[in-house]
Design a protein around this ligand. Structure first.
Ligand code: HEM
Length: 323
């Protein structure tokens, strides 16, 4: 992934260089999305996906995500057969996604050479017992899951990091010149994800009746588990609203229970992309810290919006200055 990530950062920094020269205010959420999309899509498909596909995939995912979010929380459940305008848009977006993804799978199978990106590995994977490979539908499902789980979350995390740095310029300045493996940078990334966990809610459904901490939990009850709530609980965190990466110094981590902090979930369904997400965040933040100062407007507020992922409502508009 490293060359893909480097190239995506280079594109971002070229745009920001021009913005810094022009004194331009940019929507850095949009920039973060473009970068995350390029890295995730290209990482999955390497050279097979061009800029046109990247844009089309990104737009279709946005429509699909929005629809899923709204129908998941909606109090009114209309039968699937009613073609509301948002459903029509959703189905069109799904058709676009399917067309692009199935074409990519077919092209890859036709080449029959083994390639090391994720699509190559999915296509080449064999069942341990039967030796069968995955059907096109199975590969498609894996690809879609990775898209949906990977790009929005990473983009939101980056945008929240930029917003924090506009409020805490010293925190960014301290990272100027560090390399992506730096420990203080790692703690900064952890603290960003504590305050603004993109995966702000998870749902679990118990198979049988249970009692948890004295509460009766019937089988089938939807349990909502929120890192946002736990990460900001004064039970586990001193001054939980304050940005302080030193909370993640090893001796302080040792004093907290493991699940006081879980931006990537836990257990059997823990995020499989956390290594990649951490790499992207470290790489981009290290690059930004050495080059730029991010400035917010005097009375600017950014409101967290709990959509499928925790998004800054309306984006994050910041002025970019060269350091
Ligand atoms: C900062 C970025 C990210 C955050 C905060 C995040 C967060 C999460 C969380 C909280 C879960 C668990 C959901 C649950 O338990 O219901 C999850 C699952 C998952 N994530 Fe991530 N994620 C991030 C980036 C990524 C990336 C980059 C990828 C892939 C390229 C990815 C792929 C997945 C997949 C496939 C699952 C489902 C795993 C399973 O159910 O077995 N995520 N993620």
């Amino acid at each position: 992934m490293a060359p893909i990530l480097d190239a995506a950062c280079e594109t971002l920094f070229e745009q920001w260089q021009a913005a810094a020269r022009a004194g331009e205010v940019r929507n850095v959420l949009r920039d973060a999305s473009a970068l995350a999309q390029t890295v995730i899509f290209r990482g999955l498909f390497s050279r097979d996906v061009d800029d046109l596909d990247t844009r089309a995939l990104g737009q279709a995912l946005e429509v699909a995500n929005d629809f899923i979010h709204r129908s998941a929380w909606s109090m009114v459940k209309l039968p699937d057969s009613i073609p509301t305008p948002s459903r029509v848009r959703f189905r069109r977006a799904m058709r676009t996604l399917d067309t692009i993804v199935y074409d990519l799978i077919a092209a890859r199978r036709a080449r029959s050479s083994e390639e090391g990106d994720l699509l190559g590995r999915l296509v080449a994977a064999r069942d341990n017992e039967t030796g069968a490979c995955m059907t096109d539908e199975q590969v498609r499902d894996e690809v879609m899951t990775t898209f949906v789980a990977g790009h929005d979350t990473t983009a939101a995390a980056l945008a929240w990091a930029f917003w924090i740095f506009a409020n805490e310029p010293q925190a960014l300045a301290r990272l100027a010149g560090v390399d992506p493996d730096d420990a203080a940078l790692g703690r900064t990334v952890q603290e960003v994800l504590r305050l603004y966990p993109p995966g702000w809610i998870m749902v679990r459904t118990p198979h049988r009746d249970d009692v948890v901490c004295g509460y009766e939990v019937p089988a089938g009850a939807p349990l909502l588990i929120s890192p946002w709530v736990v990460h900001r609980s004064p039970t586990w965190w001193d001054e939980p609203e304050r940005f302080d990466p030193d909370r993640f110094l090893p001796d302080r981590v040792a004093q907290r229970p493991k699940f006081a902090y879980f931006p990537y979930g836990g257990g059997a369904r823990v995020c499989i992309g956390q290594g990649l997400a951490d790499r992207i965040l470290r790489h981009v933040i290290a690059g930004v810290a050495s080059r730029y100062v991010l400035e917010r407007g005097r009375n600017q507020v950014v409101v967290p919006e709990p959509k499928t992922t925790l998004q800054p409502r309306g984006g994050v508009r910041l002025r970019i200055r060269a350091r």
